[in-house]
Write a protein that binds this ligand. Sequence first.
Ligand SMILES: Cc1cc2nc3c(=O)[nH]c(=O)nc-3n(C[C@H](O)[C@H](O)[C@H](O)COP(=O)(O)OP(=O)(O)OC[C@H]3O[C@@H](n4cnc5c(N)ncnc54)[C@H](O)[C@@H]3O)c2cc1C
Length: 461
Amino acid sequence: MESFRFETTLPVSHRSQVTVVGGGPAGVCAAIAAARSGVQTLLIESSNCLGGMATTGGVNPFMTCYDKDGGQMIIRGLFEEIVERLIARGGALHPGTVPAGEAFSSYIVVGHNHVTPFDPELLKVVLDEMCAQAGVQVLFHTSFVSPVLEGNRITGLIVSNKAGLQLIAADAVIDCTGDADVAFRSGVPCEMGDEASGRIQPATMFFRIGNVDLKKVDADIEANRDNFFRRNGINYRSFHWRVSEAREQGDWNLQRVSIGMFRGVREDEFFINTSRIMGVDGTNPVSVSEAEMEGRRQVQHIFAFLKKYVPGCENAVLMSTPAHVGIRETRHIRGDYVLTSSELLSGQIPDDCILLAANSVDVHGRFGPMSNEYVAIDGSCYGVPYRCLVPSGISNLLVAGRCVSADSEAAGAIRVMPPCMGMGQAAGAAAALALNSNVSMRDVNIHELQQALREQNVYLG
Ligand SMILES: Cc1cc2nc3c(=O)[nH]c(=O)nc-3n(C[C@H](O)[C@H](O)[C@H](O)COP(=O)(O)OP(=O)(O)OC[C@H]3O[C@@H](n4cnc5c(N)ncnc54)[C@H](O)[C@@H]3O)c2cc1C
């Protein structure tokens, strides 16, 4: 690639103790936790709202926050507070009332007990409100461009927005971009997808439909319950009998064998998680631009299929496609510890645990483009170590959300939204502790951090 060098002088637009980059599930919780711990907090977000994939990506529902047997809600803290605030506005159903195998979980059972359907428009408002109440300053339409480094510390962040390039002077930074943009550009080693196998999870463009007749949809599922099975690594989910029919008629040309169709809070509203775009590099703007167009093309194809083949969708309306194609996987940082799927599947809980979760490994396309498989954990839950949030090489940076230090399969479990919120909350609390005790992120006292998290309603066993 050709290059061009330029030097310029930038205005210092903001100074903050903690700057959180990215306002998705992880970033919002990091910012709120830091601000509530008494440190001045700035959150920068490239889109126009908070929530990340939950709002701009159209992803729904929040995956399970319960232990494996569905007996206890184990992801609590800020996640639970967000859900309670949504429920108070009629914008979510409590996960305790949502069993697996029904429309809310696209009729899937494995790993889908107690999901949380939510209204993304009300989520935007709830997150705005929580940040404002906590004293987080939010800068929308602002993208991180580059770090300013002095030795092993980040002293500032160059950002871009309508005012041009500007510098934010920061004492501590939390990277919640999903893609580890800050860590990567600060020289932290990262792995892209699963480099050993050359696999990266496919992208999906969600879409939202309304005016669906739920009773008719449920009836077709009931009539075909016996058809739900797994073969050759392919998890046949709902409506594969309808997909086969459409394929035979020449009305289906996508690399999917079934439909992910998740009921929303309203009875007639569904979120469709079915399109599949292989080989997308979420850190490459050309690749993402192509994926946005291919995603929209597939949405039209799937919507036409739903109306023609799925009973109950005859009069459905396409309500929205998202502002950003869904990116499941890009970079995983290499931090002080790399969480592996074998630890997670066997239910290990480390001494520096900052989050308990029971989400199963969900790696799409593992056995080729048509495949999908959930690998459920053996124990009742597993722990995420604080060390996975601590990147190699930079002393005042933490990373939270889907790009933490985990192998590709382990990341395939903890990438879902409730664990991302939990990791974000832990990062925010840890950054505040580090600043207040004048130590590096790596040297945060883990017992004090765990105590602080317990006081914030985080369940650590
Ligand atoms: C197709 C698909 C289906 C999924 N299904 C589910 C599901 O059913 N349930 C579930 O719980 N989870 C699901 N997930 C997983 C989940 O949505 C994401 O993994 C999760 O949202 C990650 O949270 P995050 O905060 O790490 O990142 P994100 O949600 O990606 O948020 C990152 C935020 O950072 C901002 N940002 C990025 N770069 C910059 C920058 N340089 N400067 C400023 N801002 C920046 C982005 O605009 C975004 O708001 C799904 C994901 C996908 C893609």
